[in-house]
Design a binder for this molecule. Sequence first.
Ligand SMILES: Cc1ncc(COP(=O)(O)O)c(C=O)c1O
Length: 397
Amino acid sequence: MRYASITERLAGLGSGKWAIHIEARRKEAEGIPVIQLTIGEPDLPPDQALLAECTRALYAGRTRYSNGRGEASVVTALVEKYRKRRDGVTERNVLCFPGTQSALFVVLMGLLDAGDEVLVGDPYYATYEGLIASSGARLSPVELKVENGFHLNARDLEAAITPRSRVLLLNTPHNPTGAVLTSEEIAAIGEVCCRHDLWIVCDEVYEELTFCQAFGKTFASPFDNPDLAERTIVVSSISKSHAAPGFRSGWAVGPSEFFDRLLPVSETMFFGVQPFIADMTAMALTQPIETSSIMRTNYERRARLMANRLKTINSLRPVMPEGGMFIVVDVGATGLTGYEFAARLLEEQHVAVMPGSSFGEAARHLIRVSLTVSDDRLAEAADRMVQLARTLAADAA
Ligand SMILES: Cc1ncc(COP(=O)(O)O)c(C=O)c1O
């Protein structure tokens, strides 16, 4: 049989990146207890008020077709949210999607043709490669250097630009590294994008999990800079901020001219999102809900806990995140790659983490540890990592 080339471009870019996670789940199903620190799934349930609103809406008959842009309640809530960040936002600047992932897919489909290049800081979120390859474009990596706290540097970005570059896909707070860009860094990056006429697609799914607020810094975004308004699209969702990934409720906010063109692309694929979930999302965006502040405190505390425990051995080098729900650890000094370390950690210590190689070439020597278990479980996982590192050191001696 003949298949379209997209099936070749995406071969190996789907669940293959989650092989260790899938193996860990298989072990658990066999009755082997594993400390699961792989995927970014919040460990809190969604707030009771949101669940009640979703159920109320279901029983109130909010189960019919919606429209392509999104239910009025959510669109209005998003206009209010983003108008606080930049003047002039209207409903023509907003499109709703079933999650950030699908928002990214449609936005990139609307910006890219085969042969175009998308600049992405490397390491990068595991699905970006597939998202970019879907349209036939190419991911052009820009190394995020550990000595720069994994922050994207404007000079490195400029050096990677070619005549085929069309889009910068930015992610702050960053998955997997937890780096949070400052407004000065964003201004320098934005200036490069203006000079080379690049779109900026900014994935802000971890906006509410910015730890650096504790140090007097704040979350910053190219969206908030009026000079970048015509070229910036923000994508986000309630998956992380409201611990509601299974609801699949997200959005994109960007220039109205582009979104007028994008609406039929989205409609062709989704035909709208679910009204009962939209009602719950509108409440999430307009009412004070504590979930994100609880998670923010928990994840920052747990990142410190993990970093302090791992520092007892030289061969494990944790890099303290500034936001998000993960910490990365450089395991290169153990003599293993991130994948080899993660595979042995699962086999010998029954702890599942993501290998850095799932996040690009520059992350080969890293593992990513999810902070979404209790402090006690996380401390136990850290001790088992140290145990493996000791075994490796003894074997090498
Ligand atoms: C950086 C990043 N973008 C997007 C997503 C997907 O988010 P959503 O559940 O809104 O599709 C994730 C999920 O882990 C993520 O880490």
